[in-house]
Structures are given as structure tokens and as C-alpha cells.
Design a protein around this ligand. Structure first.
Ligand code: ATP
Ligand code: MG
Length: 235
């Protein structure tokens, strides 16, 4: 479904990604794990057209390299950025409505999708009229995810959904990803919390200093002490 070939990104003279190859098949959950500064955020931004890159990115067999971020959303790809970035002075409900911009004309559909998100995260429903900036970190992460789902994406890109969350919220968010897979979504998630990401994904890539060092079935990687020690720094 998504295919990235020989992707490179430079920031000025500094190279952030070099020759990345990866793919995500329909219905898969794929994780990209790596430490601070490995290039995880840059990879997602390059896929969704937020930074300039060299190489090829194709989606459903069509090149999306060079398309604007706006056009990429319309193809069915939604990006939940690192640090959540909800609109803090707007209400929870307004944030959800902003996520539905691709189907704005269809009020019935918007209402339906919103109810689905409120069912998924009842806390958001309780806080529908509250300014998003006053939500807790975990609640903001739920809102960011729900907002992305309001454009009915087939493909979700998530940038460190665990960031700043307590273990309980991390579990809640990761359980939600498993549920989304069951709903038929395809997911690419980048994470520093390697063990958590490996335990919910089908396959994974290890990114270090802008390069893919290894990849494989997540289950096998979880059992491979060598990989865990060498690249992920957790025994
Ligand atoms: N706009 C920018 N201008 C210059 N350098 C940048 C820019 N954004 C990122 N970088 C550099 O590119 C490298 C990769 O950064 P990136 O944000 O992709 O890493 P990351 O894996 O997402 O890290 P983290 O886990 O801390 O979020 C880092 O060395 C970073 O300093
Ligand atoms: Mg990052």
C-alpha cells in the first residue's frame, strides 16, 4: 500500500535520512523504532510532504512524491504529529470538526464519525465543550488520534503516540491501535518505546542515525536479544 524507495532528507548540509527503503501492506501495523534524533519524525514528514526529500514514495501504486500535504490527506493518509498539536483554544468538538475538513459538506457523516469517536473515547465526550489546551496529555493524545480519524483515513501515520503518557495511557492508546487494525486501517507508527511498539506491530524497522539498520517480523525482533541490546538499548 505504501512504498518508500531510497528516500533521503537533508537539513541544510546535515543529512537526516539516507536511502530509506520500507513498505507497508494493506491491513498491516508497521513500527519504526529508534532513539532520539534517529530520523523518525523526519521520515513521517517526508512521507506526508511536510519536508523535501529525494527518492520515491508511492501509495496504492501511485507516486505521491512532491504532492502537497493537503493532497496527501485527500488520498486517505492521515498524520498524527509528534507532540499532538491540538488547537488549544478551541473546544474538543471544534478540534474534531476541523479534522473532518475533507467531508465538511456531509453533516450527517460528520455527526456519525464524531459519535464513533465519542464512543471510542468517552472522556472526549464528557469534555466536548472544554478547550483542548486544558485537557491532560493523555486526553490530548486521544483527541489528536480522533481528529485524524475524522477524515476517514485508510492509512494512519502516528508519531510517538506514547510521548509524555503514563503506562496506563500508553496501553490505552496502543490497544486502540490494535482495535483500529481490526477496523481495517493500515498503520505506520514511529516510537521510541520500542518494546511497546514491537508488541503491537506485525513488522518493524530499526532506524539509527538516519538509516534502516534492520527490519523483520516484530515478534522475532522482540525475541532477538542482539537487536534489542545493539539498537534499542534495553536488555
Ligand atoms: N527542521 C530541522 N532543521 C535542521 N535539523 C533538523 C530539523 N528537524 C530535525 N532535524 C535534525 O534531524 C535529525 C533527525 O530528527 P528527527 O526529529 O527526525 O528525529 P526523531 O527520531 O524523531 O527524534 P525524537 O525521538 O527525539 O523525536 C536530528 O539530528 C535533528 O536535529
Ligand atoms: Mg520525533
Amino acid at each position: 500500500m505504501l512504498e518508500v524507495k531510497n528516500l533521503s532528507v537533508n537539513y541544510g548540509h546535515a543529512s537526516a535520512l539516507r536511502g530509506i527503503n520500507l513498505h507497508v501492506a494493506k491491513g498491516e501495523v508497521v513500527a519504526v523504532v529508534g532513539r532520539n534524533g534517529a530520523g523518525k519524525t523526519t521520515l513521517l514528514k517526508a512521507i506526508t510532504g511536510l519536508v523535501k526529500s529525494r527518492g520515491q514514495v508511492s501509495y496504492d501504486g501511485q507516486s505521491i512524491s512532491g504532492l502537497s500535504a493537503h493532497h496527501i490527506v485527500r488520498k486517505g493518509i492521515s498524520h498524527v504529529p509528534q507532540g499532538r498539536q491540538v488547537f488549544g483554544d478551541q473546544t474538543v468538538e471544534d478540534n474534531l470538526l476541523l479534522g473532518a475538513f475533507t467531508i465538511r459538506g456531509d453533516r450527517k457523516k460528520v455527526k456519525e464519525l464524531m459519535e464513533k469517536e465519542y464512543e471510542r473515547f468517552p472522556r472526549l465526550k464528557e469534555r466536548r465543550d472544554q478547550a483542548a489546551g486544558t485537557l491532560s496529555g493523555g486526553e490530548q493524545q486521544m483527541l489528536a488520534l480522533s481528529r485524524a480519524l475524522m477524515s476517514e483515513p485508510e492509512f494512519l501515520l502516528l508519531d510517538e503516540p506514547s510521548m509524555g503518557l503514563s503506562p496506563l495511557y500508553v496501553k490505552h492508546i496502543f490497544d486502540t491501535l490494535i482495535q483500529l487494525k481490526q477496523e481495517g486501517k493500515t498503520i505506520l507508527v514511529v516510537e521510541q518505546l520500542a518494546m511497546a511498539a514491537l508488541s503491537i506491530s506485525d513488522r518493524a524497522y530499526v532506524l539509527q542515525s538516519g538509516e534502516v539498520k534492520t527490519h523483520g517480523a516484530s515478534e522475532e525482533m522482540l525475541e532477538n536479544d542482539e537487536i534489542i541490546k545493539t539498537y534499542l538499548g534495553i536488555a
